[in-house]
Design a protein around this ligand. Structure first.
Ligand code: GDP
Ligand code: MG
Length: 632
């Protein structure tokens, strides 16, 4: 089951906490007190069940100061942001700052919740909406919907919920395979239990027993136990908020803003290469060697800006730069960061990390800038992975050429370098490339679904292709779907036969007492030869209920134990084969025959004879000419 994380943003007192309470029933302010008294592990976190059945958790940020940290900590995990604006006040300073941060972090999905509409006239509301639309212009949320609600009178809440649901269920999966990366947002000690850390998993997954390391500091431990949304789990995945109990770790040893990692995944570094945007609202230039607050993941660290080709950055400009940090941090290419002024701590810049762990760049060197350009763009392998990790979106080399801007020899070389990370299937002579990381979640979901289905419907030949498509791959085009099935079939992950999909080794079979009844039914049909029993009467005799008798019949038919001749008339396969031989013999002896001749040979009554002969006609064994039949 997918779970999503929703973040809230907005000016103080605009109604974030009240909205969450109205949606989830959870008072996150109270959770905070409970936490302080050591009752609740999870801080400001409320579960939100969605109409579609998907689960989401809402993170409420207590106070403005924590917002930046919370937002950054959540980027790997925040799927949707709710920007809450009170209709009576409209856009306020923190609204603007949060919006700027959302924009710098490029959080792509958001809904603007215009709350407290019960306090204002509709005219006023319309004006505020215009003001909000103006503020959103040119930001990542420019297209976001503005929804009017009142948490107190519950106006618009159902609609808001349905839109949250729609936005979330459109998302593709996260990178929940491979090594774990979890920026720690809280660590505490539970008496008799030891050290617990919590955070949103950015990348990969973690299992109870797995070794882990906390960086910076190289503190080694392992996962003793784990909770997701308050429930004990064996495994946690990217996108989930998890709490992890770590043996042999002293609380005081864990630095603020540290990261929990699978050993060997990422190393902390002190010099980061950046692509940076200075906000228009910064008002003042950012100068060479200026000391700033640098935020990444859950970490805030001081550092100095190192500019490559200028002495200062003008507001609104986008440049390449380095940051020389006063302490090491765990960072990776593509991570988003925020820069705030040393004092007052106001957000002024942000952007994306394009490389880590390099030396300080030489200033005013053309080469330094040129290298940054290449790093930002990425290697051919990066570019291909980026395209292919947008979901399961297989592309031909021609398509990859268009989306990555690489030429065919470059592509071919990069695909070889990517090795087992990528794979392809062939349709109509064309290879379609995909990333294995995008396949694996689909593959496990698919096999799980088939397995469940097979257990529930053990008499059926498998699951209908269409059923799986409508359950898991609704919006897929049929070409990609058949490609996926073909690939999985060729690699023996599933077996596709006709319209059905099953897991290798699965055989439809009656279980338990039904097995006994089924074999008696078969015996009766075989013994009756060409005067078979009536299906319904037989089922009544064995007291098989309506649904089950239909399942059983379909089982006999798809396994060809019974053959449907017409309407509800079924013969055993053996009896029918015998009859075919008899007719063939008859046709060998005489070039034509009439019904009564066949009746004597087949030794059956007229009731079955006519349907049988018509069946043979339809099977192109015989051909009817008037009263007679000849070889087809
Ligand atoms: P937060 O700081 O954004 O979390 O704001 P709160 O949720 O604590 O709300 C601030 C104040 O606004 C509280 O007194 C709420 O009762 C009030 N409030 C919140 N939502 C509504 C609403 O929809 N209508 C009205 N009339 N008051 C609201
Ligand atoms: Mg609040």
């Amino acid at each position: 089951m997918k779970s999503y994380i929703i973040g809230t943003a907005g000016h103080v007192d605009h109604g974030k906490t009240t909205l969450i309470k109205a949606l989830t029933g959870v008072d996150t302010d109270r959770l905070k007190e409970e936490k302080e008294r050591g009752i609740s592990i999870e801080l400001g976190f409320a579960s939100l069940p969605l109409p579609s059945g998907a689960k989401a958790g809402v993170v409420d940020v207590p106070g403005h100061e924590k917002f930046v940290r919370q937002m950054l900590a959540g980027i790997g995990g925040i799927d949707l942001v709710l920007l809450v604006i009170a209709a009576d006040e409209g856009v306020m300073p923190q609204t603007t700052e949060h919006l700027e941060i959302i924009d710098l972090l490029q959080i792509p999905r958001g809904i603007i919740v215009l709350t407290k509409v019960d306090l204002v006239e509709q005219d006023w509301c319309e004006l505020v909406k215009l003001e909000v639309a103006e503020a959103l212009k040119g930001t990542v949320l420019a297209q976001a919907e503005i929804i009017e609600v009142s948490a107190t009178s519950r106006v618009g809440l159902d609609y808001l919920l349905s839109r949250i649901d729609e936005e979330l269920t459109q998302l593709s999966g996260k990178a929940d395979l491979g090594p774990c990366r979890l920026p720690i947002d809280r660590s505490f000690s539970v008496p008799g239990f030891g050290t617990v850390v919590t955070g949103t998993m950015y990348h990969g997954n973690l299992q109870v027993g797995d070794p882990v390391v906390i960086e910076p500091g190289e503190i080694k431990s392992r996962v003793r136990s784990m909770q997701v949304h308050g429930n004990k789990v064996e495994q946690g995945f990217a996108g989930q908020r998890v709490a992890i109990n770590l043996p042999n770790v002293e609380l005081n040893d864990i630095p603020r803003g540290a990261t929990l990692l699978s050993p060997g995944f990422l190393n902390p570094s002190q010099i980061l290469d950046l692509s940076l945007i200075l906000l228009d609202s910064a008002e003042m230039p950012l100068v060479q060697r200026q000391r700033v607050r640098f935020h990444i993941g859950t970490k805030e660290v001081f550092g100095r800006i190192h500019l490559l080709d200028r002495e200062e950055i003008e507001p609104g400009a986008k440049v390449y730069a380095q940051i020389l940090l006063e302490e090491p941090v765990v960072a990776a290419r593509k991570d988003r960061f925020i820069i705030r002024l040393y004092s007052p701590a106001r957000t002024i810049a942000g952007g994306v990390i394009i490389d880590v762990g390099n030396r300080k760049c030489k200033r005013y060197s053309e080469q330094s800038v040129a290298q940054m350009v290449i790093k930002e763009r990425g290697t051919p392998e990066d570019l291909i992975s980026e395209q292919l990790l947008k979901g399961f979106v297989p592309q031909t080399t021609t398509e990859l050429g268009l989306t990555t801007g690489l030429n065919i020899p470059e592509l071919e070389q990069a695909l070889v370098k990517l090795g087992e990370q990528v794979d392809s299937y062939i349709i109509e002579g064309q290879a379609y490339w995909f990333h294995n990381e995008s396949l694996l979640p689909l593959r496990s979901e698919l096999t799980r679904l088939i397995d469940q289905y097979q257990k529930k419907h053990n008499l059926r030949p498998g699951v209908l292709k269409e059923e799986i498509k409508s359950r898991l791959f609704t919006n897929w085009n049929s070409k990609t779907y058949s490609g996926l099935l073909k690939y999985l079939h060729d690699n023996r992950i599933i077996e596709v036969s006709g319209n059905y999909i099953k897991l290798p080794g699965f055989k439809a079979e009656p279980q338990g007492t039904l097995q006994l009844i089924a074999s008696q039914v078969i015996t009766e049909f075989k013994a009756a030869k060409l005067s078979p029993p009536d299906w319904e009467s037989l089922m009544n005799k064995y007291q098989i209920d309506q649904t089950l008798r239909e399942e059983l019949l379909q089982y006999f038919l798809h396994t060809e134990i019974l053959v449907k001749v017409t309407g509800n008339l079924y013969f055993s396969f053996e009896a029918l084969e015998e009859a075919k031989k008899t007719i063939a013999q008859l046709l060998k002896e005489k070039s034509e025959f009439i019904a009564s001749e066949a009746k004597d040979r087949l030794n059956t009554s007229r009731k079955y004879l006519i349907p049988l002969l018509e069946y043979f006609d339809s099977q192109k064994i015989t051909r009817r000419i008037g009263e007679k039949r000849v070889t087809f």
